[in-house]
Write a protein that binds this ligand. Structure first.
Ligand SMILES: Nc1nc2c(ncn2[C@@H]2O[C@H](COP(=O)(O)OP(=O)(O)OP(=O)(O)O)[C@@H](O)[C@H]2O)c(=O)[nH]1
Ligand SMILES: [Mg+2]
Length: 386
C-alpha cells in the first residue's frame, strides 16, 4: 500500500432541521393552539485517532465528508430527529488544521482521542415556544442553523521518541532491526525504505521507547533530490535524532564527512527547530574495517573533520556490536527528560496552588443569551389557526 502522510479534505456538519409552525386541529377543540415542534440538531463531524491505521490514504480518494441534516419539526409537538454524527478515523499522530489560517484544531496524539472538528447546526424552534399571553397563535418559528463547513489539512507526523537520520544505505533499517521488534526491509541499494517504520525498543520489563526509521536523505533533498525531504516531518516530534553514518562506504569516492554535513544542512533547510534538536552520531559498518588501528584512525579522522558533537557511538548494526550501548544511553536520556518534565509540572502545580485565584470571581456574570435575531417570522397560510 502506498504511504500518504498528507491530505486535504472538506468537512460539512449537518444543518439543523427547521422548527415547525403548526396548530392543533381536533374535532370539538377550536383554537387548538400552536403545536409545531423543534427541528433536530445536525450531525457533528469528529476526528478519531486509531492506532490500527498508519497512513492517510483513505482521505486521498474520498475528500468530502458530510454529516446528516437534522429532521424538521412537525405538528402535534413532534420534534425532528437529530442527524447522525460521523467519525473520521485517522492514524495516531495526525494533526488537523484549518487550510485558511493554519490553526491546529486537533492533534490526535493517542489512540481513541476524539475531537469535534465541525459542529452540526442547532435545530430551529417550533411555534409552541412563541406562545405568550398576548399572542396565543404565533406563526413564528426559527430555521435550523447551518452546520459548520471547514476546509482542512491533515498531516501525519509519526510519534516516536527517537528518529533515525542518514544517507540511503547507511544502515538505518539494519539498526532498527538490531535494536527493536520492527523488521523493515534491508537491501544494498539506496532508497530501500519508502515509508517510516516504527519499532519498540524494550530496555527492561517496564521501560521502552519508540524509534522511527525513515527513508534516506541526500544532498539537495530540499530541492527534491532523491525522495525529497518531506519525510523529515516524522522526526519533528522526536526527542533525539540518531544520525547514522556509513564509515566504510562501498564507493571509494564517497566522503562520509561531506555527506554527514550535507545531511545536517538539509535538516536546517527543512526546519530550524529540527536542526536544533539533540543529535548523536552513530558510526556504522565498523565490521568492514577489521584492522583495529585503521579503524581507530578512521574514526578519529572522521570526528576531527566533522567537528564538535555531543556524543558519538561506534557500532556494527549488522552484527549488533555496540548497539546496546546506544539503546541504554537513549533510555537514560529519555528517563532523565521525563523526570525533569515531571519535576517542572509538580513545581508549577505547587505554585498554582499557592497563588490565590483572583480572576475566577468575574467569570460567571450572567448574560442575556436570547438570540432573538435568529428567527424568521414565517407567514405560512397552511398552518394558520382557523
Ligand atoms: N557490513 C555491514 N553492512 C551493513 C551494516 N549495516 C547495514 N549494512 C548493509 O548496508 C546495506 C543498506 O542497509 P539498510 O539498513 O537497508 O540501509 P538504510 O539506511 O535503511 O537504507 P535506505 O532505506 O535505502 O535509506 C544493506 O546491504 C545492509 O546489509 C553493518 O553494520 N555492516
Ligand atoms: Mg532503510
Amino acid at each position: 500500500m502506498k504511504f500518504f502522510d498528507e491530505a486535504r479534505i472538506e468537512v460539512i456538519a449537518g444543518d439543523g432541521g427547521n422548527g415547525a409552525a403548526t396548530f392543533r386541529r381536533e374535532k370539538y377543540i377550536p383554537m387548538g393552539g400552536p403545536d409545531g415542534g423543534d427541528g433536530g440538531k445536525g450531525g457533528d463531524v469528529y476526528a478519531v485517532g486509531d492506532r490500527n491505521l498508519n497512513t492517510l490514504i483513505d482521505f486521498r480518494y474520498k475528500r468530502t465528508f458530510l454529516a446528516e441534516r437534522g429532521e424538521n419539526g412537525r405538528g402535534a409537538d413532534c420534534y425532528g430527529k437529530g442527524g447522525n454524527d460521523i467519525e473520521l478515523r485517522m492514524p495516531v499522530g495526525t494533526i488537523v488544521s484549518l487550510q485558511e489560517t493554519g490553526e491546529i484544531i486537533a492533534d490526535l496524539d493517542h489512540d481513541g482521542k476524539r475531537v469535534l472538528i465541525a459542529k452540526g447546526g442547532r435545530g430551529g424552534l417550533g411555534n409552541l415556544h412563541f406562545k405568550t399571553s398576548t399572542n396565543r397563535a404565533p406563526r413564528k418559528k426559527t430555521m435550523g442553523q447551518e452546520g459548520e463547513r471547514k476546509s482542512l489539512n491533515l498531516e501525519l507526523k509519526v510519534l516516536a521518541d527517537v528518529g533515525l537520520l542518514g544517507m540511503p544505505n547507511a544502515g538505518k533499517s539494519t539498526f532498527i532491526r538490531a535494536v527493536s521488534s520492527a523488521k523493515p526491509k534491508v537491501a544494498d541499494y539506496p532508497f530501500t525504505t519508502l515509508a517510516p517504520n516504527l519499532g519498540v525498543v524494550r530496555t527492561s520489563e517496564n521501560r521502552s521507547f519508540v524509534i522511527a526509521d525513515i527513508p534516506g536523505l541526500i544532498e539537495g533533498a530540499a530541492d527534491g533530490a532523491g525522495l525529497g525531504h518531506q519525510f523529515l516531518r516524522h522526526l519533528q516530534r522526536t526527542h533525539i535524532l540518531l544520525h547514522i553514518v556509513d564509515l566504510a562506504p562501498f564507493d571509494p569516492e564517497a566522503d562520509p564527512v561531506h555527506d554527514a554535513h550535507a545531511i545536517v544542512e538539509e535538516l536546517r533547510k527543512y526546519d530550524e527547530s529540527l536542526y536544533q534538536k539533540r543529535r548523536w552520531l552513530v558510526l556504522n559498518k565498523l565490521d568492514l574495517i577489521p584492522d583495529e588501528d585503521e579503524r581507530k584512525e578512521r574514526i578519529a579522522a572522521f570526528l576531527d573533520a566533522y567537528g564538535p558533537i555531543e556524543r558519538h557511538f561506534e557500532v556494527s548494526a549488522i552484527s549488533r556490536q555496540g548497539c546496546q550501548e546506544v539503546v541504554f544511553a537513549i533510555q537514560d536520556l529519555l528517563d532523565e527528560e521525563k523526570a525533569a518534565a515531571q519535576a517542572a509540572a509538580d513545581a508549577a502545580a505547587l505554585e498554582a496552588a499557592a497563588t490565590p485565584d483572583f480572576e475566577a470571581a468575574d467569570d460567571d456574570i450572567p448574560t442575556d443569551d436570547a438570540d432573538d435575531e435568529d428567527y424568521e417570522d414565517e407567514d405560512d397560510d397552511e398552518n394558520r389557526n382557523p
